[in-house]
Design a protein around this ligand. Sequence first.
Ligand code: NAD
Length: 243
Amino acid sequence: MGNRLQDKVAIVTGAAKGIGFATAQRFAEEGAKVIVTDINLEAVTAAIARMANAEAYAMNVTDRASIQAVIDAVIQKHGRVDILNNAGITQDARLVKMTEAQFDAVIDVNLKGVFNCTQLVVPHMLEKGSGAIVNASSVMGLYGNFDQINYSATKFGVIGFTKTWSRELGPKGIRVNAVCPGFIATEMVKAMPENIFQDIEKRSWLGRLGTPEEMANVYLFLTSAEASYVNGVALEASGGISL
Ligand code: NAD
């Protein structure tokens, strides 16, 4: 337990499991009031059952009305808000095989979802003249990946948002950064074929996958006052897999 996020109110999207859940837990340990949101209300309610300082809400990042409803409730109750854009999905296929539906679904959640949440939350940060936004990109948003054309494009796009918003919002006291995780042991990665999974472990210079808790610490740093002069970065946390 610490106080690195004392008096902060953090909305974490897609936080019923994986990196989002670990981050919500870490933020709560550091004194934040954490608004733990996910498309699946039952899952997110169950996830926070033993968590102090946490509230569960249904929020679909592709549905602006659902985002607005959560933000309104949070502002009314707590008066302020910071955000973590974590929610993301994969629907992998190579260029010639990808369907339009697969392409659109991933763009909608991973790219437009980040735009939706940030656009709706920022007016409240501008009012306070402070805030810290952290977006989930990926090493795929730095280097691309075979079979992940839609996913990689969204993660490059998230870095584009991050660089642009850090210019727009930095002068107003709001920092915007991105995290680029490598391969982290969550359901998203476990869904990959076994041979690819083993190859990843071999390619990583630390010889293993990362953990959601290790990513949570990166999000914590970027959100906390320790990163008060960090703005517009895409911080790779991959064990050096790209080296
Ligand atoms: P995960 O699949 O374990 O969890 C993602 C969560 O997002 C789920 O609880 C899901 O219900 C939720 N979600 C899906 N669609 C949603 C929507 N429309 N609205 C709200 N919530 C929605 O994923 P994870 O592995 O923890 O990844 C989290 C983020 O980190 C994603 O953006 C992912 O792209 C990124 N990332 C993950 C890895 C990795 O190795 N796991 C690597 C790089 C980047």
